[in-house]
Design a protein around this ligand. Structure first.
Ligand SMILES: O=P(O)(O)OC[C@@H](O)[C@@H](O)c1c[nH]c2ccccc12
Length: 262
């Protein structure tokens, strides 16, 4: 079993357990469930295009930063004028939680992406109840049918959908999904290999109705300029900011540099 298979197997168990503890009706009755979402896709088009991520650790890097407070991090990101903030909610492999998402929501108005391994519509309802504006769907772990169903579930609740692919085959099964954005993950989740060329190769195959997002392994403003030439409007950056003592300040410096290049 590769790491992705392990994560998904654990996720199925986790979701079943949660369903037995908190019925979906309880999620639907929560305060944030009726909150109007802010579109992440629109925000990307109108701003810096940076989606900054809150990520404490990952299977590929182990510890990135365990000593920060999520509220400070997201406030810093908002001050830096990021277009969106991604909050990892997986506990076992990434050290995140739904509480992180809730605290983030209480701290900022910037669109929030729930970064999670979605396998069940229950998690889509959770995302809404804990304040997300958008969800991630990973084509590598879902069938076309599941992708369509989960995306429709999110759209019904007013959330945007970022659909993640990393090869041609995954793009093929994504074309009929009601997603707002297609994200090319430069990191292969099975081998952890990172190559920005993956984004460049797949860019021309992605229909224009989707906002194009490049994910992972981005650490320079030059990479962004390069990716913009391939039609990308969104750039998901985690480790490059989170490895510093002050991710907000790092994001601010990065975005200031980006602006000076435009
Ligand atoms: O830290 P990086 O290399 O900047 O990557 C951020 C983000 O793209 C990455 O965390 C990610 C992309 N897709 C995912 C799916 C699940 C978990 C994590 C991810």
């Amino acid at each position: 079993m590769n790491i992705l298979d392990k994560i998904i197997a654990d996720k199925f168990k986790e979701v079943e357990l949660k369903k037995s503890l908190i019925p979906v009706s309880q999620l639907e009755n929560s305060v944030l469930f009726d909150r109007k979402c802010i579109s992440l896709a629109e925000s990307l088009k109108n701003g810096s295009g940076i989606i900054a991520e809150h990520k404490r650790r990952s299977p590929s890097k182990s510890v990135i930063n365990q000593s920060l407070n999520v509220q400070d991090v997201v406030k810093g990101y908002e001050e830096a004028e990021v277009s969106g903030i991604s909050v990892l909610t997986d506990g076992k492999y990434f050290g995140g939680s739904l509480e992180d998402l809730l605290y983030a929501r209480a701290s900022v108005n910037t669109p929030l992406l729930r970064k999670e391994f979605m396998v069940d519509a229950y998690q889509v309802s959770e995302a809404k109840a804990y304040g997300a504006d958008a969800i991630l769907l990973i084509a590598a772990v879902l069938s076309e049918k599941q992708l369509i169903y989960l995306a429709d579930s999110a759209k019904k609740l007013g959330m945007d959908v970022l659909l993640e692919i990393h090869n041609e085959e995954e793009l093929q099964k994504s074309l009929n999904v009601n997603a707002d954005m297609i994200g090319v993950n430069n990191r292969n989740l099975k081998t952890f290999e990172v190559s920005i060329d993956t984004s460049k190769r797949l860019a021309k195959l992605i229909p224009n109705e989707f906002v194009k997002v490049s994910e992972s392994g981005i650490s320079t403003t030059a990479a962004i300029t390069d990716l913009k030439n391939y039609g990308f409007e969104g750039f998901l950056i985690g480790e490059n900011f989170m490895k510093t003592d002050n991710p907000g300040a790092a994001a601010k410096e990065f975005i200031t540099e980006l602006k000076s290049m435009a």
